[in-house]
Ligand binder design. Structure first.
Ligand SMILES: [Zn+2]
Length: 298
């Protein structure tokens, strides 16, 4: 076997002399607690060496690259379930007026629920080792621990460049945890993330230039419509809204009394009755994209 210096002198034609080392097989790594944020989790072990080791081997084949070992994201999601975290959840249940009755109920061999409201609260909940789970393995997270979970998933300490978006963070959180209105919690948490606010630019497509409306060639060829709503009820029918229709060419106005509860069908009906039947049909109707004006009914 030639030395490395000899190999370099031989050039590329002799590359067969250098056999690639066999790659190690993927080894499942036990998930350890990470994602600690506060003093309470200061005892969590440092997993950086384990992560680096597990990410090192890369195998190439069939035009694809396979990263052998664990994925960082799966580690960070389940890793927050440290013993301290679980104990905090247990303490949280007992102090929570909403879930303490559930805890007591489930620990008493499932006696019948007292009220329909309480039965609804029990739906999907189960108790294992003093912890509440929702629909199987989704750990119910007490309110004070939710930020810890979201922070650990959104920006794990071992992956400084992470700071996942709302969708990705939500999918990871919802795969293992549960609490009411999770999407709203995750979205508001990420909106308040200082690093995301400083470093992430807008991802929406740039707005185009303003497009001026064409000048109509005849009166009532094009109209603008909008609604004045939340007015005091008036008349025998209690009208509390006005549909305002404006001709864009001559600025003539038609005011049609209506109700705030009128939907797209009713709005289209009174528009046809008071405008189209009297002024002729319009080529364009300009509106503010109110659901009543853009429904498929039109
Ligand atoms: Zn962030």
């Amino acid at each position: 076997m030639p030395s490395s210096a000899e190999v370099s002198r031989m050039g590329c034609a002799q590359h067969l002399l250098v056999r690639p080392r066999p790659l190690p097989e993927a080894v499942p790594v036990s998930v350890q607690p990470v994602g600690s944020l506060g003093v309470e989790y200061a005892d969590l072990p440092d997993l950086v060496p384990e992560i680096e080791e597990s990410q090192t081997p890369v195998r190439e084949g069939d035009g694809q690259q396979f990263r052998v070992g664990i994925e960082l994201q799966s580690l960070t999601v389940s890793a927050i379930q440290s013993q301290a975290f679980l104990n905090a959840c247990r303490r949280g249940y007992s102090a929570d007026p909403f879930f303490y009755p559930v805890l007591q109920h489930l620990s008493q061999q499932h006696p019948p629920a007292h009220t329909p409201d309480f039965a609804l609260r029990l739906q999907g909940m189960s108790l294992r080792a003093g912890l509440l789970y929702f629909e199987g393995n989704h750990l119910y997270v007490f309110k004070s621990q939710r930020r810890t979970v979201m922070a650990g998933v959104h920006s794990p300490l071992q992956c400084h460049a992470a700071h996942f978006g709302t969708g990705k963070t939500y999918r990871k959180v919802v795969s293992l945890y549960y609490w009411p209105k999770m999407w709203r919690s995750v979205a508001s948490f990420i909106r308040a993330c200082d690093r995301c606010q400083r470093s992430k630019g807008p991802t929406a497509a740039r707005l185009g230039l303003l497009q001026p409306l064409l000048i109509p060639s005849r009166p009532w060829e094009s109209t603008c419509i909008d609604r004045l709503s939340d007015l005091p009820p008036s008349g025998d029918e209690g009208f509390d809204a006005i549909l305002v229709v404006l001709c864009r060419l001559i600025k003539a106005v038609v005011l049609i009394p209506t109700h705030s509860t009128a939907g797209a069908e009713e709005t289209a009906r009174i528009y046809r009755q008071h405008v189209s039947c009297k002024k002729g049909f319009q080529r364009h109707i300009v509106c503010d994209r109110d659901l009543r004006f853009i429904a498929r009914f039109w």
